[in-house]
Design a protein around this ligand. Structure first.
Ligand code: 5AD
Ligand code: SF4
Length: 439
């Protein structure tokens, strides 16, 4: 532990998924409301919150190397470990790394009290999982970026055999409809022009009236001053007709769908407990494309799942070729303690084979991403300006299909402009401004 003292400055560092980014923002708002000052330099802060990710082994180990680095270069800070590693390892982190506070993803509204306890000299651990209690206990949203995250659903009941999420984030729960709509309005008042609805299984969002995610999206469509709606991450089995129809009918809903498939072989999908097949997944994409022909598709892949043969891996490549994704994430399988797949020892895939498969997969994905980007050349589309580019006068915004667009403009951050796309590269586009549309 650090020497006891009341922290006056803090720094939050979030790892992993967008839900952690959202939680990190909310923890920052909470501490600012207590009178603490946020600072950019972790090494100068009195309190450092490491908002951690447990999804793969490498993500977990990062926490411990970060703690070591802070001890060496930092200002003897109080260290709080939050997020999924906190939930999974709890008090063991205090024993292993002598941190001051451990707080799980469902308990971080208690952070001020835990920090006070640590400041008085006793390490504080809170990994309780009360359903959505935290949201009501957080301060109002004040200043946010033009593209803002809003967590609407947490947890997962799917139990894919490789995944720790059902254990660290608990069962699927949906936040109440009214609380979400109120927060969306507050985000727009605070400067948001786009809202990205977040959940581990966001398309499983529902309420007692059965409004479903599409009902929520249609309600947000009516929020004045909001120009764009996105949502992530979705599960194929929760991709209902109403949501697909919303892609055809709701103008503010952007033409982008992140729908992970993980693998292309039915045997591997079954071993992963994905509860969809290669074919049922492809059929969903057909329906989505029929509703919204220009939709940009995205996914997640795992290579080297226990028992995956060369031939089964080839089925992943052929699925990728059949879909033509706009962008994807791909990972080497990482065994997570406590998950069923960690016990599967037959057909263990060697490190070399994993490396080779990942490289081959990424070559296909990169090829398709660049082709998708090049296909937008010559089109005129709306771009939401999100931040400054590297050069004077240059700004960076996002196309409807979530591509980064660089251009010269005197438009301000938060403006929506019309842009003609002039060039497409592996990771971005460039364009020229046509008309300013809205602020
Ligand atoms: N090993 C590798 N990748 C994993 N993911 C989840 N668990 C593991 C694991 N044990 C990937 C999946 C998921 C994404 C968020 O992380 O592709 O969709
Ligand atoms: Fe993990 Fe599967 Fe749930 Fe996604 S759907 S969070 S991969 S268990």
């Amino acid at each position: 532990m650090s020497a006891p003292r009341n922290p006056k400055t803090f720094h939050v560092k979030s790892f992993g998924c967008q839900m952690n980014v959202y939680d990190g923002e909310r923890m920052g708002e909470l501490m600012a409301a207590q009178g603490m000052t946020p600072i950019d330099d972790a090494n100068a802060a009195d309190l450092v919150v490491l908002n951690t990710c447990h999804i793969r082994e490498r993500a977990t180990e990062k926490v411990y190397s970060d703690i070591g680095r802070l001890r060496k270069h930092g200002n003897d800070p109080m260290i709080a470990v939050a997020g999924c590693v906190a939930q999974a390892e709890g008090a063991d982190i205090v024993a292993r790394a002598k941190v001051d506070v451990v707080v799980g993803p469902q308990a971080y509204h208690n952070l001020p009290g835990l920090v006070a306890q640590a400041a008085a000299g006793t390490a504080a651990v809170d990994t309780d999982m009360p359903a959505t209690a935290k949201f009501g206990a957080l301060p109002a949203r004040r200043k946010v970026s033009p593209s803002a995250f809003l967590t609407v659903q947490e947890g997962c009941d799917k139990f894919c055999t490789y995944c720790v999420v059902p254990y660290t984030r608990g069962a699927e729960i949906s936040r109440p409809f009214d609380a979400i709509v109120d927060e969306a309005k507050a985000l727009v008042d605070a400067g948001a022009r786009e809202i990205i609805l977040l959940g581990q299984n966001v398309n499983a969002w529902d309420d007692a009236e059965g409004r479903g995610l599409h009902g929520l999206i249609r309600a947000l469509d009516r929020v004045e001053g909001l120009h764009r709606i996105r949502y992530t991450t979705s599960h194929p089995n929760d991709m209902r007709e109403g949501l697909i129809r919303a892609h055809a009918e709701v103008e503010k809903l952007m033409p982008f769908l992140h729908l992970p498939v993980q693998a292309g072989s039915d045997r591997v999908l079954k071993a992963m407990n994905r509860s969809h097949s290669r074919d049922s997944y492809l059929r969903i994409l057909d329906r989505v494309r029929a509703a919204r022909p220009d939709i940009a598709l995205s996914g997640d892949f795992i290579v080297g799942f226990p028992g995956e043969t060369d031939a089964e891996f080839e089925e992943t490549l052929s699925l990728v070729d059949a879909v033509g994704y706009a962008q994807c994430f791909s990972f080497k399988y990482s065994p997570r303690p406590g998950t069923p797949a960690a016990e599967m020892v037959d057909g263990f895939v060697s490190a070399e084979a994993m490396d080779e498969r990942l490289q081959r997969l990424q070559a296909h994905l990169n090829r398709d991403q660049e082709a998708f980007n090049r296909a937008t050349i010559g089109q005129t589309c709306h771009v939401l300006v999100e931040r400054r580019g590297k050069f004077a006068g240059q700004m960076l915004g996002k196309s409807p299909w979530l591509q980064s667009v660089y251009l010269e403009t005197d438009a301000a951050i938060g403006d929506m402009i019309q842009v003609e796309i002039r060039a497409g590269y592996a990771n971005s586009l460039t364009g020229v401004e046509r008309v300013k549309i809205a602020a």
